[in-house]
Design a protein around this ligand. Structure first.
Ligand code: PMP
Length: 297
């Protein structure tokens, strides 16, 4: 199936990718007023679908956006879109915007939120990043302050992350570490960060101003399985530079080792043993533990 024949769900209807369009009066387009999720399907199973849907509905609630589908209906719509496209391995993008309104900010002018489900093939980082590890930098763009626009809300306002990503691209690396307003480590442009020191994992706490990643939560589970303690708290850049191991987590990236930050080798400059163990266990889990899509198995 060529990409242009992929069907995109918009408000209950399916459209071929080239015809999948939203009005320029949609406040998602005009103001970034809306919420979204990025989800993966592996081997005909949707990974952590309930967690992603719950986060979507929480984000929507935080911005007073009422999703016109129940969580169960949204789940069925995701399954339906995957089935129609016969995608067993996919990246799923759910978008719920405020909907079509007028040119003012007033969300009351938007009659009905727009609901979009895109299911597409996944673009992965090259395998060498997983084998040899990645180099990242700290960017100068600070993460949004939680009392201004909380990064825990996965909103369509990603300009903060995009400005950071532009720095990342200019530096010729793959990801960028963002600090919060206090200069403490928050997260990367599209991933959470962990370090390991003497077999203990450390990651910034939610109140540092981060998106509470679903992959991050999976690392907590796997660490418990391995009897490795995890500390959620404040993390300084100096602690990161001095760590034995470092890795990033995200739906797209999965678990990816980081071996160099701002020119400093992390540990011995190779992906660490705990990172490798978590990567291997994660790959095993996603193949078997996701929610099976009926008709795709
Ligand atoms: N932080 C940000 C800013 C993100 O956009 C994402 C998702 N791409 C993550 C962290 C990781 O979250 P998850 O593991 O749920 O994909």
């Amino acid at each position: 199936m060529s990409d242009d024949t992929l069907q995109v769900y918009i408000d209950g209807q399916l459209y071929p990718k080239p015809e999948a369009k939203i009005s320029v009066y949609d406040h998602g387009f005009l103001y970034g007023d809306g919420v979204f999720e990025g989800i993966r399907a592996y081997n005909g199973r949707v990974w952590r679908l309930t967690e992603h849907l719950e986060r979507l509905y929480r984000s929507a609630k935080a911005i007073l956006l009422e999703i016109p589908l129940s969580l169960g209906e949204m789940r069925e719509a995701v399954f339906h879109t995957l089935r129609v496209n016969r995608l067993r391995d996919a990246y799923i993008r759910l978008v719920v915007s405020r909907g079509v309104g007028d040119l003012g900010l007033d969300p009351r002018k938007c009659q009905k939120p727009s609901v979009v489900i895109i299911t597409d093939r996944i673009q992965l980082y090259p395998p060498e990043f997983y084998e040899k590890g990645m180099e990242i930098i700290t960017v100068t763009t600070r993460r949004n302050a939680p009392d201004v626009l909380n990064p825990a809300i996965k909103s369509m306002n990603y300009l903060n992350n995009i400005l950071a990503k532009i720095e990342v691209i200019r530096a010729g690396v793959q990801e960028g570490l963002m600090l919060n307003q206090q200069g403490l480590v928050a997260e990367c442009t599209g991933d959470n960060i962990f370090i390991a020191t003497r077999n203990v994992l450390y990651t910034p706490a939610s109140h540092m101003g981060i998106l509470e990643g679903i992959t991050r939560a999976t690392v907590f589970e796997m660490a418990a399985e391995f009897n490795v303690p995890v500390h959620e708290g404040a993390l300084s850049l100096l602690q990161v530079y001095g760590a034995d191991e470092c890795f990033l987590t995200g739906t797209g990236a999965e678990i990816v080792p980081v071996v160099r930050i701002d020119g400093r080798d992390i540990g011995d400059g190779q992906p660490g043993p705990l990172t490798r163990r978590l990567m291997a266990r994660f790959r095993e889990k996603v193949q078997t533990e996701g929610e099976p899509v009926e008709g795709l198995m």
